[in-house]
Each structure stands twice: as structure tokens, then as C-alpha cells.
Design a protein around this ligand. Structure first.
Ligand code: ZN
Length: 184
């Protein structure tokens, strides 16, 4: 089932999401729906707050990037109770966009390497260091679990420049081709 994407201004996008347990109602179906939604929107990552649930659940599917990053062509992973424990010192920057901020994209500087903990779909624990473009995608998605958006990381000047667009979004003044729930 394709789920509507919650758009900038929806309060759930600013909540700190909660850990869940294996018996969370409908978890398997929810994960399947999130992958369907990601497929339909052409996104590469989706965090549960973006579909209106303040729980620590993220799905990432990098097949859209296969041309630029062949090493990620088959990368598809579910992250439950995801947490970032440490950041590396080195930084790198990439252009980021977000399904919850349609029509925007900004250059964001983030640490190149992160130490993460999460459970996979089988509820098996993972504890690993991740780098490269995947580390950027994971930071973007895991930020959603802290109630953060990529625009929180851009300069005051850039933020000023996109202010009108953000305000428009709050008033429902934007277009996107997928199902959504706007703030208004
Ligand atoms: Zn996002």
C-alpha cells in the first residue's frame, strides 16, 4: 500500500521518535508499505515520521543510485531502533533533497563516517561503522528520527534564500506527484 508523505509543517516531523518492540502491531506490513511508498516516490530513503509515525523505523533502497554508485545497486536495508553513536571527524558535502520538502534541494555538509546501531527486519542487532554516500543517506534518514530535517544543517544565508518556499509549503503552496499530507 502506498502511504501519503507528511510534508514540512506536519508536527510529527519535529518529534523525537520512540524505539519499538518486535510485537509492534502490523510491523511487517508497515515495512512492506514503506518500501512500496519509496518505490512509488522514487526516493532512496524513508523514515517512519515521514508517513506520520513517530517510531524509530527507516527503510533505505539505493537502486535509484545504481548508475552513479554501482556498489550500492543492490543495497536495501531496514533499520529498526536506529541510533548514531559516534561521528568521524572528516566531513563531506552532497546535495540533499527530501520527500517531505518537495521541490527543494540544498548542499549539506556532514561527517563522512558514522558509528551506528540498529536492528534489521529479523530484529537482529547490528553495530557498525559506515562511510561513503551511504553514511550521508543514513544520517539524513536517522535525523528524521530526532525530529531534524536537512535544512537544519544549512547556513543562515541559504535558509534565508529558501524562506519563501518553506513558508509557501506551510500554506500548502507546493506541488509533488505523490500522495501527501500537507500541514494545511
Ligand atoms: Zn528526508
Amino acid at each position: 500500500m502506498i502511504l501519503p508523505i507528511y510534508i514540512y509543517g506536519q508536527p510529527v516531523l519535529r518529534k523525537v521518535a520512540e524505539d519499538i518492540t518486535a510485537d509492534y502491531p502490523g510491523l511487517t506490513q508497515l515495512i512492506a508499505d514503506m518500501y512500496d511508498t519509496l518505490d512509488k516516490t522514487g526516493g532512496i530513503g524513508l523514515a517512519a515520521p515521514q508517513i506520520g509515525k513517530a517510531i524509530r523505523l527507516v527503510v533505505i533502497n539505493l537502486k535509484e543510485l545504481a548508475e552513479d554508485y554501482p556498489e550500492y545497486a543492490d543495497y536495501k536495508q531496514t533499520f529498526i531502533n536506529a541510533h548514531i553513536l559516534e561521528y568521524g571527524e572528516e566531513k563531506s558535502s552532497s546535495d540533499e533533497g527530501c520527500l517531505s520538502l518537495p521541490g527543494l534541494s540544498e548542499k549539506v555538509v556532514r561527517p563522512s563516517k558514522i558509528h551506528v546501531q540498529y536492528l534489521d527486519e529479523e530484529m537482529l542487532p547490528h553495530d557498525e561503522w559506515v562511510d561513503g554516500y551511504l553514511a550521508t543517506v543514513m544520517q539524513h534518514e536517522f535525523d528524521h528520527l530526532e525530529g531534524k530535517l536537512y535544512i537544519d544543517h544549512i547556513s543562515a544565508l541559504r535558509k534565508q534564500l529558501i524562506k519563501k518556499k518553506l513558508q509557501g509549503m506551510l500554506r500548502g503552496n507546493f506541488s509533488c506527484r505523490y500522495k501527501f499530507k500537507a500541514a494545511k
